[in-house]
Design a protein around this ligand. Sequence first.
Ligand SMILES: *Cc1c(COP(=O)(O)O)cnc(C)c1O
Length: 385
Amino acid sequence: MFKLSKKLQDLPPYLFLEIDKAKRKARAAGRDIIDLGIGDPDQPTPRHIIEALYQASLDPANHRYALDQGMPALRCAIAVWYKDRFNVSLNPEAEVLPLIGSKEGLAHFPLAFLNPGDYTLVPDPCYPPYKGGTILAGAKPYPLPLLEGNAFLPDLKKIPSAVRKKAKLVYVNYPNNPTAATAEKPFYKELVTFARKNKIIIVSDLAYSEMSYDGYRPSSIFEIEEAREVAIEFHSLSKTYNMTGWRLGWASGNEKLIAALAKVKSNIDSGVFSAVQLAGIVALSGPQDYVKDMCRLYQERRDCLMQGLDSLGWQAKPPKATFYVWIKVPKGKDSLKFAAALLDKTNIVVTPGIGFGRYGQGYIRMALTVTKDRIKEAVERLKKI
Ligand SMILES: *Cc1c(COP(=O)(O)O)cnc(C)c1O
């Protein structure tokens, strides 16, 4: 009787459905599952942040709607953090916007600038909300293949001019989910030139800016001077402070882009719980040794997994950032079938690359969100097949 909207029908199918189902079934049957499929930190939020939430939640002033586009104190803390981290100055009033997690902002942003018939340029493979947000805004995602031969960066020169003309925005995400690739300043420079020339907005997702190894430090696009004309950057406290469930992130960058997103949001939501915002200030302004500890932990797990994959003869590059390892499946194998077979034969859950887009075919993603012992156990199981 009730027909789904055209937009909802147009959303790509959820490709992890079968793996999810098989995983639940295996768990229910009491099988000992090692889940390397989850992009969600397994460690708790640092204690001092939880204490800050508790204290703030006792104050009735924090129980009301948070309608002011984010507390001024939070916007200031973000600007201070930014200056400290990237040496980039932001105006906290106009160039910073707190979000209910960055996914919300990334998915709502297309509503601000896209009309039917417009394109967004989305990496393939990619984090699914870029496509979902585009389609829900009535526009069309145009895939930019991320190929190993090009270090998993989009080849901007290959975008046909007809597509460039219809494109209103381009999504980029480095350090990247799912490939774990990183991007350096020359790439951002080329991207900014491309965007200015073609009047295309850059949406840069920096969710993994603090999760990096071996001394590597990811850059912000705003380290390129001209980026301020054309870019908006999305940040998240989720991965940095083990706060995925809290829902807190922010957008920063071009004033007009920030104002447009704020206008969309003012029609949809009523802000982040004030106590969570206050805890976010404590996270950003407080001691950062927790972040270092987190990186050390993932780095150890990464080294352990890489050693194991090496001994299996599996092909993967050790990631410099993110908690993902992007692994080639044996030649000619389908990523979905390969993942299903791994679950069936070894009780190990991995994410099939095809779930992130067509160019994810031929890969699986493993997340470093289980202990080293479990990683070792996973490698032992893989050795047996
Ligand atoms: C985890 C993740 C996010 C963070 O989302 P939140 O909504 O802030 O929790 C954003 N982008 C990518 C690519 C991610 O993997």
